[in-house]
Design a protein around this ligand. Structure first.
Ligand code: RFL
Ligand code: PHB
Length: 389
């Protein structure tokens, strides 16, 4: 098979890019290792910035997002007794939307066939070849048969563990990494949220987050040491812990119910120092990871796709010879700011095992400062709502 762009991975980054290219008449094929149902079963992001909402709008795939997404005008930082509200709408004139990654992925998946976007699920042994040439190709197996796709570009949208980034020689880029000494234990339950806005809590027993997917579906997290096993956390134990860490006001409004999903996600900050090597571009988690504090991961994947689509369309439609070369720099400039925000909010809201009284005093001072300063709240709000692309 021959195409202009071979996309590896049908998560949100791969599907968004596929749709953007198809909308501009650029040929592409998306290869996914898993089944569609498996991809939809992964419970991940919940908060969308403007960039992500705008891409869905530009594609004309935002009908359900508009109908079912919850517009959020602010969120809260909790510290023991105190709740600091960040009035995002008033401070920035913008809002975020609560709409699950699962729902975005479903909307993109459902629209693929009608829009002529070819997505090949259950593609095994995907491997990249000749990425330093102008004629790269991808090999894979499907139903036991070996297959090959020749392309002008390959875009790796295959997440942190996919083969694309690994195809780039180690000598081509520096890796920047910070691994955190805890993970987030998440619980999804069909109960009304305890608050209409998100609450990020820093309690002496650890971090907690109250989030949601709808008026009837809640998403909560507590941080746990990496040695913890999800089997050791009964639903009751998680609800008890949330009630303590989120504070008495939120606790009074928590509705408990059976979990429909429960998992532990480790926290990591990671940036691969280049997002293009020869004819290979990287987008989303394939190139960078943020800790989930601040909800930037999916939104950075969306901004990468915005820049990648712009570069590929300029290359194919306007014979622009420079566009591809500019992609990595443009995407990384925004990625680093997302990394900085996610890292700083993680440091502010978690108790690190190595921290002593000084580090805790710094957290208290910073939260005090945020509580009392509109300037400090504006800094947080403009990062939370998403920096310009
Ligand atoms: P994905 O979603 O990992 O998709 C990659 C796809 O590539 C496929 N793949 C392969 N395909 C072919 N061959 C191979 N060899 C392959 N290897 C892998 C995979 O099967 C998969 O389908 O990456 P993408 O598209 O870059 O999207 C990134 C986002 O998924 C991620 O950044 C966010 O989920 C992060 N994140 C959040 N981001 C936000 O913006 N807001 C949030 O509120 C938010 N909350 C979260 C999060 C991530 C979490 N976890 C579990 C890591 C909460 C959590 C708990
Ligand atoms: C979520 O709803 O899953 C969520 C919300 C905010 C975050 C991370 C995850 O910062």
């Amino acid at each position: 098979m021959k195409t202009q762009v071979a996309i590896i991975g049908a998560g949100p980054a791969g599907l968004l890019l596929g749709h953007m290219l198809r909308a501009e008449g650029v040929d592409c094929v998306v290869l996914e290792r898993q089944t569609g149902d498996y991809v939809l079963g992964r419970i991940r992001a919940g908060v969308l910035e403007n960039i992500t909402v705008n891409l869905m709008e530009r594609l004309g795939l935002d009908a359900r997002l508009k109908a079912e997404g919850l517009v959020e005008e602010g969120f809260n930082l909790a510290d023991g007794e105190r709740l600091i509200r960040i009035d995002v709408a008033n401070l920035t004139g913008k809002t975020v939307v609560v709409y699950g990654q699962t729902e975005i992925t479903k909307d993109l998946m459902d629209a693929a066939a009608p829009r002529g976007l070819e997505v090949i699920y259950e593609a095994g042994d995907v491997a990249l070849h000749d990425i330093e040439s102008d004629a790269p190709y991808v090999t894979y197996t499907k139903d036991g048969a070996a297959q090959r796709i020749d392309a002008r570009f390959i875009v790796g949208c295959d997440g942190f563990h996919g083969p694309s980034r690994k195809a780039i020689p180690a000598s081509a880029a520096v890796e920047y990494e910070r691994v955190y000494p805890f993970g987030w234990l998440g619980i999804l339950a069909d109960v009304p949220p305890c608050n209409h806005e998100l609450i990020y809590a820093n309690h002496e027993r650890g971090f907690a987050l109250a989030s949601m997917r709808s008026h009837t579906r809640s998403r909560y997290y507590v941080d746990v040491p990496l040695t913890e096993k999800v089997e050791d956390w009964s639903d009751d134990r998680i609800w008890d812990e949330l009630a303590i860490r989120l504070g008495p006001d939120a606790a009074a409004n928590i509705t408990r119910g059976p979990s429909i999903e429960k998992s532990i996600a480790p926290l990591r900050s990671y940036v691969f120092g280049t997002m293009r090597h020869g004819s290979l571009l990287l987008c989303g988690d394939a190139a960078h990871i943020v800790p989930p504090t601040g909800a930037k991961g999916l939104n950075l994947a969306a901004s990468d796709v915005h820049y990648a689509a712009e570069a590929l369309v300029a290359h194919f439609k306007r014979a622009d010879q420079d566009a591809i070369g500019l992609y990595s720099g443009k995407a990384l400039a925004r990625v680093w700011k997302g990394e900085r925000f996610s890292w700083s909010l993680t440091k502010l809201m978690h108790r690190f095992p190595e921290d002593g009284p000084f580090e805790r005093a710094m957290q208290v001072a910073e939260l005090d400062y945020i509580a009392s300063s509109t300037a400090a709240q504006t800094v947080i709000a403009e990062n939370y709502v998403g920096l310009p692309v």
